[in-house]
Design a binder for this molecule. Sequence first.
Ligand code: NAD
Length: 495
Amino acid sequence: MSSQELQFIGGARRAGSGAPLVITEPATGERIVAGAGADGSDVDAAISAAREAFPGWAGTTPGERSAVMHRWALLLGERAEELAAVESRNAGKPIRLAREFDVPGTIDNTAFFAGAARNLEGRAAAEYSADHTSAIRREPIGVIGSIAPWNYPLQMAAWKILPAVAAGNTVVLKPSELTPLSSLLFAEAATEAGVPAGVINVLTGTGPVAGAALVEHPEVAMVSFTGSTAVGRQIAATAAGSVKRVHLELGGKAPFVVFDDADPEAAARGAVAGSLINVGQDCTAATRAYVQRPLFDEFVSRVADLMDQVRIGPVQDPETDLGALITRAHRDKVIGMVSRARDRGAKVVRGGRIPSNTPAGGAYFEPTLITGAAQNSEIVQQEVFGPVLVVLPFDTDDEAIALANDTVYGLAASAWSTSVFRTQRAAREIRAGCVWLNDHIPIVSEMPHGGFKSSGFGKDMSAYSFEEYTAAKHVMSDITAVAHKPWHDTVFRTR
Ligand code: NAD
């Protein structure tokens, strides 16, 4: 990989024209590559490439798009190990997570959308007036400006790009400036597979410079954003100025509700895996466990014991379970939230410290278990985005549902019980885009991902995502061949 060329525009790598960017390894703080970031002129160039490519790509048949996307999925499969190594190094992920989750998930998503491209349809045509046939054309929107976060860089690039291009749009993706490397490889593989130059462009640059220019640009028809609620709000406000379609996948604060008839071992294991995955930097991670009082002490003790078994270490070691947070600045934010929780009377049962024997330049943090926090406190209400699980007790089922719904977020949740009635009630009453029952985290390409409330709107993955990336056009055809139509009389009478 060239150390200087961090942009992918019109099917080729090139250097940016903006300020220097250094891409570093979260696990060590060492530099991976440096190059120039994208500025407004690179944003213009990428949007022009995407505009030029749009008519040709939108004019391909679904079968043609599907064929190149299938080749793309195969190429990604051949490069799985390279992708996993880059993702692990750039995002501070244990290699096992990159190999077993990020990369296969992305390949599966690509294969899914290769197939789904052939199933885009409008509803059946019919005569809804006696004199006309109506039909629906489902059309691509144009150039999509996509902006992604750093927590799952490859998967986020895939979730943003795949439904858009499968539907015939062209894309300019701005990954996080911290983690662009796997997105660049993903786009290059598309070009090698036969996706025409300009259909997919990647701009490595900062949010306020490249991201803001993309959102403001008049030739961008839609902005698809995954990131924090604060930035999402700004993006929606800016996009309103040029009446762009907006899709927002924002923050989360997933509740994890354990009723007293749950399997205690399954719930404890689920809580540890669900809160520590990707060092908790997962918008659906389990963050607030509400446990019915008879099970509370056992749950806390089981979770603490399991957290003790988690191995922190170098990300390239296949034995490592927990990697690094994305930056030391982000770790400082996590440390600040844990320390303020302690100041407000919460108990840190496990962790809460920087682990020993990790590189000084890395951003590691111990798995952390907290009890005794107040429901209205920052640690329960705000995203920590770190390996921190807060456990709180409840008494009645009504109280559990109310507590689960008591944040501004609504992305994901889980409920744990052996009673079908309790789990079905939780599924119905918890306001979140995904409710897991007796599990927490698994995702599949066929099912949608997206939030309620301040977690945003619109769906990633699945055929539902085509609703975001297509516009329904009504085509109404006269079937009478009559010049003087009865309805004309409502405007002018000529008889
Ligand atoms: P962030 O909001 O800081 O940044 C996200 C992206 O927006 C980055 O590419 C950034 O450069 C860009 N950006 C920042 N300011 C901008 C601006 N003014 N204009 C345009 N672009 C701008 O988020 P992050 O710290 O990268 O990621 C973590 C957040 O992402 C968490 O809140 C997490 O919950 C959320 N997230 C949500 C989902 C989901 O599916 N809902 C998935 C993953 C992450």
